[in-house]
Ligand binder design. Structure first.
Ligand SMILES: [Zn+2]
Ligand SMILES: [Zn+2]
Length: 298
């Protein structure tokens, strides 16, 4: 009798759930998180955006286990990613590994810029959940104690009307079932890294971050001998993430993994000119900024 009642109750619940979802979909039709086209209720992106955004995902999965540089297909017999590559073998980092989701190119550049703005926080959330799934797979045997993020200066947050990277990190942490902690603070407003050459990027971020007071004194149990996952949106030369990882290590963190939505694949040793790199997508970025501003004021 009890089993029959349980079954009836469960049927009623699932019918009510389906009805609620149908009403919600009618009132708020599910849209592509990037271009706002209508999509099926179980889809985050429309087909065109999904193809454009995720095309590089398989390639980025087969990257250097240390710097995330894509290395092409892994040999069939290999089960572990290489621990260094020609791109990073002469470099020293304060982080242990970079896990990139996509290559920083084309539509991905637009999505990354858009996700910084308050009006596009559902896009940041979607990107974060997807990145969290990839990180969970990669770090299945290397438990993360907490997720944190590269902080931005409050004046930058005001100009964007949002906390893009924090939204991203919160979604990553939620997907991983790990706490997200705001461990760091930006000490000053820095120039945008994309406008600078490689040497200037290192100088630009030097001492630009510090641990928050509650974690800075003594041996904080949140940091000491912990494995921290540092989330950021883009990894280009790694100057910013390296500086933040250095600050985390100064607090006693024993391992820093970095997860990013996108990794630039221009050579760190060449000097293609960041301005040229930036300019290639500048018109599209301008359109996105305008769209975000219109959404805020509209
Ligand atoms: Zn779309
Ligand atoms: Zn490498």
């Amino acid at each position: 009798m009890a089993t029959f009642l349980d079954e009836m109750l469960e049927r009623c619940r699932s019918t009510a759930r389906a009805a609620t979802e149908s009403v919600r979909d009618l009132a708020f039709p599910p849209c592509c998180r990037f271009c706002q086209r209508l999509v099926a209720s179980n889809q985050d992106f429309c087909r065109s955006c999904r193809v454009g955004l995720t095309a590089s995902e398989p390639q980025m999965r087969c990257g250097c286990g240390r710097c995330g540089w894509p290395l092409g297909r892994m040999p069939a017999e290999e089960t572990r990613l290489p621990t260094e590559c020609p791109q990073c073998k002469d470099q020293s980092f304060h982080f242990d590994r970079v896990i990139p989701m996509w290559m920083y190119q084309g539509m991905v550049c637009d999505a990354v810029v858009a996700a910084k703005y308050f009006s596009q926080s559902s896009l940041a959330d979607t990107l974060g959940r997807r990145l969290g799934g990839i990180v969970s797979e990669r770090l299945a045997e290397d438990r993360v104690d907490a997720v944190t993020f590269v902080p931005s200066h409050f004046t930058r947050q005001l100009s964007r009307g949002g906390i893009g990277v924090q939204t991203l990190a919160t979604a990553v942490a939620k997907r991983m079932g790990t706490p997200c902690k705001s461990l760091l603070k930006a000490t000053r407003r820095i120039a945008k890294q994309a406008w600078l050459d490689d040497a200037s990027r290192v100088h630009n971020v030097r001492d630009a971050f510090r641990l928050k007071k509650s974690y800075a004194f003594g041996s904080s149990p949140d940091l000491c001998h912990r494995h921290i996952l540092l989330v950021d949106d883009v990894f280009t030369t790694g100057a910013t993430t390296n500086e933040v990882a250095r600050v985390l290590r100064s607090g006693g963190v024993s391992k820093v993994s970095v997860a990013v939505v996108a990794r630039s694949v221009r050579s760190a040793h060449s000097s293609p000119g960041p301005q040229r790199f930036q300019d290639a997508t500048a018109p599209k970025r301008e359109r996105i900024r305008n769209r975000s501003r219109d959404a805020r004021t509209g």
